[in-house]
Structures are given as structure tokens and as C-alpha cells.
Ligand binder design. Structure first.
Ligand SMILES: Cc1cc2nc3c(=O)[nH]c(=O)nc-3n(C[C@H](O)[C@H](O)[C@H](O)COP(=O)(O)OP(=O)(O)OC[C@H]3O[C@@H](n4cnc5c(N)ncnc54)[C@H](O)[C@@H]3O)c2cc1C
Length: 523
């Protein structure tokens, strides 16, 4: 049934659910109208509103130069275009997306320090080298996915089939054994609910509960912990897997360190389930912007300097194909370059803003993708997405792909963590891969046999990034970064309260566009 509602006709609330109303708004005005409606219904947080909703009138002939075609520069240009501005985005690389880089066959980069890699994954295989998961409350990102037709799929951020592993023998009898997350959870719940239920039965719990409450609580404990209702003893359910194996001893579980990694609700990065990812890789989002913006993006334009007068901004860039310098003149500039890059550029900023930029830090995160001949984690271990919980192996986050299940090959995220963990950043690429194969083989002995090829992205060695996501600025610095500095606005994720998220880049873009537009319209 169509949910389209003619404009100007208000549907009878008694005939439509709130969901119907939202769908109808979406059908008429696209996701921006839907977002507005969601706000009105109290379904959205209080983040910066989308500038398209604020657009009062058309701007006079105003040109804006946007620097960087990462997510923030793309969102800035796209929204300026919708408001009727004359704009141009300058991007140093041959491709758009910045930290939303999906590495596929043919992708390449040369690390600062000299080592060059060319990706030779099979066609169709990929690694999200930067951003990889979208929390379900990142309204800006999800709104653009709807608006620009970027299909999404679920990202499995936590699976009960995943393994936990502890290396250190001093951690007790579970050290050096693969233990499933579901075993740890079931046995921890089982043992603790058994203890509590028995203590309740014996009147050892001093709690303000009526007799009826106590009975209900015991019933809850029996059900939640898989206790036998007769003797209140934990009997591992079949769901725990591992056949008739006895449960792990509570003391062993506590000593292993596994207990501190599980909670009633998953507290993993990415927020509460569900978490999403674009089908075909995170770069699908910037590519969709690029399709919508056409020739408004100049690639291979490496910004050299940004100068401003009272009336204009002049940006000089180098065409990386010819080596020649060109200039762009605009009324305003929105700079969406990473802070690490801006710190090295010749730019007219006030002392206060220059300080704020120079004090902005970034993480040195790194990722490694390993293409495997066979999805052995699925075929042999029944693992479909999620992570390996093995802090002691120095692999950072080791993860299984949430895409293309049951196909032949796959790319494991062999490493996601600090670039200098275990001295990896000082090793050649092959040495880093060797570290991961050695360590991960302790849990997955198939690793070496199935390994085909790898690709490493150590972000602080990647030209035009020189670092991974930014560090969250303290409030005073954020306030400084959020202001216009003459005719220059800073619009990157690093100038937001969420620099480690795509949503931060979008919020920063929206803030720049909104404040710039207000200024232009006030004349
Ligand atoms: C390892 C990792 C994991 C992450 N995981 C997630 C996640 O799961 N979910 C999530 O939401 N976010 C995640 N993020 C964060 C997210 O990727 C960033 O916050 C966001 O992409 C930043 O966008 P941006 O446009 O501000 O900056 P960037 O993406 O850095 O874009 C800056 C652009 O400027 C260009 N540029 C640089 N120098 C010049 C120059 N001289 N001239 C012209 N152009 C230049 C660059 O090429 C680049 O395109 C992750 C990031 C990393 C590194």
C-alpha cells in the first residue's frame, strides 16, 4: 500500500500510526523532512539541525571553497549546493572519502618512510581501512544513506560464537584454551544465579522484598541462569554448545579475566545493537556524494596555502598530475582537512585559532586486512561476524567479516589497534603481517595455511592523513574551533565533539554551513 500523502492534506491521526506519518513525510520530502518530523515527534537527539531545513531564502552570488573530500567536505559541499551556493571542493587524492577508505584490488599507497603497497585482494574482497561501523543513532550518517541510496546491512559487533583467549598461564586453567563467549556467559550467569538463588532460599539475603517478590526473583534466577527448578543447580543448556562438557569453574572464569569483558548489555564500540555497514564497504557513502556532486569536486588538487583578506579567501593548490600550481578565489573557505595536515599548511588564522589547531591531537590507529582462501571461521568454527576477544595476543580488535557469508574467500580484520603496539609501526609491512599470523594462529591454527595476501594501513604513515581520527577536544578548544576565523570555517570531524565518528564530520559540516549561511543572509 502506498504511504504517499498529498501535500496540504493533513491525515487524520486516528487513521495513521506515528510510523505511517514518518513514512509519509519521508515519501514527500526525502529524509530531511523525515528527520524534521522525527525531531518534532521527539525521536531524535538535540544535535545540530540539518542546514537544508534552516535555508531561509537564496544566497546572493557567493562562492565557497571547500577543502578536502572526506565525509565532512562532501557533506559541506552537498549542503551548500542545495542552498544554491557556488562551491568547489578541492581534494588531494585521486579518490574521495578520506578516512572512509575501502581498500580493494588495485588500491595503493606509499607510507611516509617509503614502503609502497598495492592491494592484490581478489575482485570483490575488501577491507574498510578506516570507518567500518555505523551506530544506529547516528542520524546524520543514516539520513544521508537513505537520501543518497546507499544500501546498508547489519554489522555483527558481538557474537556468542566468538572465542575468548588468554595467553598468560598465571591466569589459571583457562589460559591457552579457546573458550566461546557463549560458554563464558552461560557459566558466569549459571554460577552466580545459582549462588544467589540458593542464598535466597536459605534466607541469607537481606533485601527489602516481600515473600512473593522473593519467589518471583527465584523464578527469574532459575530461568535466566538455566538452573534446575528442583535443586537450583546450574545445568548448562544445549545452547551453550560444547556437548556434555561440564561448566567452567567460577573461580577459573573470574581469574581468566574473561568475566570483566562480558556485561548484561554489550558495551562494545559502536553502541547498542543493531550496528550497520554499507553493503560493499564504507566508501560507498562518499562515492554516493560524489555521484550527486559531479564536477564540483576537483581531485588531485593538493592545497598549499590559504590566505584571506577582508573580502575574499585565496587558496593555492598543486595539481598532482602536472605539478602546476593553481588558485581558487572564494568569498569564504570551509576547511575540512585533517588537523594533522592543517598544522603543516601555510594558512592565515588568528593566534587563538592557530593555537587550537596546533593543540588538536589524533590517534595513531592502524588496520590490517588478511585475505583468506577459505572462510574457515565460518566452515570450521561456526563464527559469523563479531570479534576475537584476546587482549593478550596484541592484535587489537581482530574481527570476522559481516558481509558475503557462505562465499568462498573473505578478508579478516587481522589487526585494529594502536600503530605502535608490539612495535608494529617500526616493522616493515611483512613483519607486521607475520606478527598477526603468529599470534592469531594460536586461536585459529588454519591461519597460515589459508592466508593469501594482506594490506596494512598505518594511518599516521598515510600521506594526506598523517594520523587516524582526532582526539576529542576539550570544551574551550571545541568552542574556538567552531567559530569562524575571518572568512575561514573549520568543518572537519576534528572540529566536533565526535572526531572519531563519521557523525562528527557531518555535525561539523552542518554547523559550518548553517553559520556561514546565516552570515551571508544577514548581508
Ligand atoms: C581506523 C579508523 C576506524 C574508524 N572507525 C569508525 C567507525 O567505525 N565509524 C565511524 O563513524 N567513524 C569511524 N572512524 C572515524 C571516521 O572515519 C572519521 O571521523 C571521518 O571519516 C573523518 O572525516 P573528515 O572528513 O573530517 O576527515 P578525513 O576523512 O580525514 O578527510 C580529509 C580529506 O582531506 C584530504 N586532504 C588532506 N590533505 C589535503 C591537501 N593538502 N589538499 C587537499 N585535500 C587534502 C584527504 O585526502 C581527505 O580526503 C574511524 C577512523 C579510523 C581511522
Amino acid at each position: 500500500m502506498s504511504t504517499r500523502v498529498p501535500l496540504g492534506v493533513s491525515p487524520s491521526p486516528s487513521l495513521m500510526t506515528r510510523r505511517d506519518v514518518l513514512r509519509a513525510f519521508g515519501a514527500i520530502g526525502g529524509s530531511s523532512l523525515m528527520m524534521g518530523a522525527m525531531s518534532a515527534c521527539g525521536l531524535m537527539g538535540t544535535s545540530t539541525p540539518r542546514p537544508a531545513l534552516q535555508g531561509q531564502g537564496r544566497p546572493p552570488d557567493t562562492r565557497v571553497i571547500v577543502l578536502g573530500a572526506g565525509i565532512s567536505g562532501l557533506a559541506t559541499g552537498y549542503e551548500l549546493g542545495k542552498l544554491g551556493y557556488d562551491y568547489q571542493v578541492l581534494e588531494a587524492r585521486e579518490w574521495v572519502g578520506g578516512l572512509c577508505w575501502t581498500v580493494r584490488r588495485g588500491a595503493e599507497h606509499t607510507e611516509v618512510g617509503g614502503e609502497r603497497q598495492v592491494c592484490d585482494f581478489d575482485e570483490g574482497q575488501y577491507l574498510n581501512a578506516g570507518a567500518w561501523r555505523i551506530p544506529n543513532d547516528d542520524e546524520g550518517v543514516l539520513g544521508y544513506c537513505r537520501e543518497l541510496d546507499v544500501p546498508l546491512e547489519l554489522f555483527v559487533n558481538w557474537s556468542d560464537a566468538n572465542y575468548m583467549w588468554e595467553e598468560n598461564p598465571e591466569r589459571g586453567p583457562l589460559a591457552g584454551r579457546r573458550v566461546r563467549l557463549r560458554e563464558v556467559k552461560a557459566d558466569l550467569w549459571g554460577s552466580t544465579t545459582e549462588l544467589l538463588a540458593k542464598a535466597m532460599e536459605q534466607g541469607q539475603i537481606d533485601a527489602p522484598l516481600t515473600e512473593e517478590d522473593q519467589e518471583l526473583l527465584v523464578r527469574f534466577l532459575v530461568r535466566a541462569g538455566y538452573l534446575d527448578s528442583d535443586d537450583l543447580v546450574y545445568r548448562p543448556p544445549r545452547l551453550r554448545g560444547s556437548g556434555n562438557q561440564d561448566p567452567y569453574d567460577l573461580s577459573a572464569l573470574l581469574n581468566s579475566g574473561f568475566a570483566t569483558q562480558v556485561r548484561s548489555l554489550n558495551a562494545g564500540t559502536g553502541g547498542p545493537h543493531p550496528v550497520f555497514q554499507p553493503i560493499g564497504g564504507m566508501q560507498q557513502i562518499p562515492l554516493a556524494f560524489q555521484r550527486a556532486m559531479g564536477d564540483k569536486i576537483t581531485l588531485q588538487a593538493e592545497v598549499q596555502s590559504i590566505h584571506q583578506t577582508e573580502d575574499a579567501v585565496r587558496v593555492v593548490y598543486r595539481d598532482t598530475r602536472t605539478g602546476r600550481e593553481h588558485e581558487e578565489i572564494g568569498d569564504y573557505c570551509v576547511c575540512c582537512l585533517p588537523m594533522s595536515i592543517l598544522q603543516g599548511i601555510d594558512v592565515d588564522l588568528s593566534p587563538a585559532m592557530a593555537n587550537a589547531v596546533n593543540e588538536s591531537g589524533h590517534s595513531n590507529s592502524a588496520k590490517m586486512g588478511l585475505q583468506m582462501k577459505r572462510r574457515f571461521w565460518e566452515e570450521d568454527d561456526g563464527i559469523f561476524g563479531g570479534h576475537l576477544f584476546a587482549r593478550s595476543l596484541q592484535l587489537g580488535e581482530f574481527s570476522y567479516p559481516s558481509n558475503d557469508y557462505f562465499t568462498e574467500k573473505g578478508v579478516l580484520l587481522g589487526y585494529y589497534g594502536g600503530g605502535q603496539t608490539a612495535g608494529l609501526g617500526d616493522m616493515p609491512v611483512q613483519g607486521r603481517i607475520e606478527h598477526v599470523l603468529t599470534q592469531a594462529s594460536k586461536v585459529h591454527p588454519q591461519m597460515r595455511e589459508e592466508f593469501e595476501t594482506g594490506y596494512c594501513v598505518w594511518w599516521d604513515k598515510v600521506p594526506y592523513s598523517l594520523g587516524a581520527y582526532g582526539r576529542t577536544p576539550p570544551p574551550e578548544r571545541l568552542q574556538q574551533l567552531s567559530q569562524a576565523d575571518g572568512r575561514i570555517y573549520l568543518g572537519s570531524a576534528g572540529a566536533s565533539s565526535q572526531p572519531a565518528w563519521i557523525e562528527g564530520g557531518i555535525q561539523s559540516a552542518w554547523r559550518s554551513v548553517e553559520t556561514l549561511h546565516e552570515r551571508v543572509m544577514q548581508g
